[in-house]
Design a binder for this molecule. Sequence first.
Ligand code: SF4
Length: 279
Amino acid sequence: MTRKGKTRIVLDLLREVIPAPETELEYRNPFELLVAVMLSAQCTDARVNIVTPELMKRFPTPEVMAEAEADEILEYIRSISYPNSKAKALAVTSRMLVEEFDGKVPNTHAELMRLRGVGRKTANVMMAVAFEEPAFAVDTHVFRVANRIGIVNNAKTPHAVEKGLQRVIPREEWGEAHHLLILHGRYTCTARNPSCSKCPITENCDYFASLQKLPKPLTGLDPKRGKYYSKTSGRYFDQPVTKVDRNGVEQIAEPGTKSMNVFFSKTGETTKRVKDYRV
Ligand code: SF4
């Protein structure tokens, strides 16, 4: 099956379980959305939604926020991650909006990227959500999910994922697909413990397929003889070496044979790890 065909199936399956694929940030206009997206970097949308009502009540427009010092903004966003740098970015950005953009949030990617604290991802979110222009924002969830499922081909940077997704998803679906992948990553395909047993796309997921290929646990091992057991040599050992497998993943190996067919003697589980993607 082509990557395009696989992506179509995956998005259709996600549409069935995510009926309202849209941002969870609360906002009433482009300025409020810009503030919320800037605050959401390395922070949950739920946490951002807690602070923005009071923040926007005190600084409802770029003009009002432009009058404030960063310290004053900081008082409203202390519970957000990186509050100091975000308060400074909001103060500078609101001044830029007033001085260079007539108090309005610009609606081009290039102009958005000039604002302090606005990177490629934030600019793409603004283009897609505030201005409904085709743009594909890649955050940590989209990056991880797209690579795990295999709808991009081993893309190593958010920009590479963005390009890969734009190739396989029709332009008019970019905004919706962005939210489908984010919400799937936030609630099901989470970074540490993806809920594969509840996932509708196991049959189309490369990561799930690689999990199925891992060796089954061994029974009857004796942990008193060593922390690890090599199935290749039948030996127990305590001090492993590491070896990088063909997928670039560092694996535990037996010191003598360098075999990676190693198990924890206490649990019988394999020590093998499958490739994962985090940013
Ligand atoms: S099967 Fe597992 S790894 Fe694959 S998309 Fe679903 S939750 Fe993520």
